[in-house]
Write a new protein. Structure first.
Length: 196
């Protein structure tokens, strides 16, 4: 819809892991335990990605920043690029629902679309590229690692909600509801922003 790149740090780490790079092997030791990859390494990866030409018309960052130092590094990167953040979306979902959603999640290896037997069963691929046989479950989507990831989130990432609220950039989105309803809330919020 917005036609700008979706830059997800988790996807960048998984891509490195698939290609067996040193970065991927190092990141795996943290990902397997639901912990964050060290800031400096993550920041360098994002800095490199944001320097690529497809980002000039804008981009959506997903999963970054996740710590206060990462947020400060992002401000610095954007200043260097003469850019600024338009807004930060905070999708609010209770922990128990997150466990249920992620523990049942299946992802398409080809297009990365997430499916769920209860919330979003696989019927057809939205990009007409894949069939059900490409679906896989992430190693860190076991209930035990999901709970570790939530603990990391509450300890290290949640403080960013106040940080971005004070900067006047935070948009809260109610994340409970069916996929279409939550998607529409996000699109409606994005439309108000692109008009300003
Ligand atoms: P995600 O795909 O966003 O759930 O991220 C999967 C894993 O990648 C996380 O549990 C972390 O180990 C790592 N990761 C992703 N984004 C970051 C980040 N901004 N900072 C540190 N580690 C990250």
């Amino acid at each position: 819809m917005l036609d700008i790149p979706h830059i997800a740090t988790g996807n960048l780490f998984r891509e490195n892991l698939k290609n067996e790079t040193e970065l991927g092997k190092m990141a795996k030791t943290y990902m397997d335990h639901g912990k964050l990859v060290p800031d400096e390494i993550t920041e360098a990866m994002v800095r490199e990605r944001l320097s690529q030409p497809d980002t000039t018309e804008g981009f959506i960052l997903d999963g970054f920043p996740r710590t206060l130092p990462q947020a400060e590094a992002l401000t610095e990167m954007l200043t260097d690029l003469r850019r600024r953040l338009t807004c930060v979306l905070h999708l609010k979902v209770p922990d128990e629902e997150i466990v249920e959603r992620l523990a049942g999640r299946n992802i398409c290896r080809l297009c990365q679309t997430p499916f769920h037997p209860k919330f979003n069963p696989f019927q057809t691929c939205p990009y007409d590229r894949c069939t059900g046989e490409h679906l896989y479950q992430r190693d860190d989507d076991s209930p035990e690692i999901i709970r570790a990831r939530l603990k990391t989130f509450h300890g290290q990432t949640e403080p960013l909600v106040d940080y971005y609220c004070e900067l006047g950039l935070l948009l809260e989105i109610e994340g409970v509801g069916d996929v279409a309803t939550v998607t529409n809330r996000i699109i409606a919020a994005a439309k108000t922003l692109t008009r300003t």
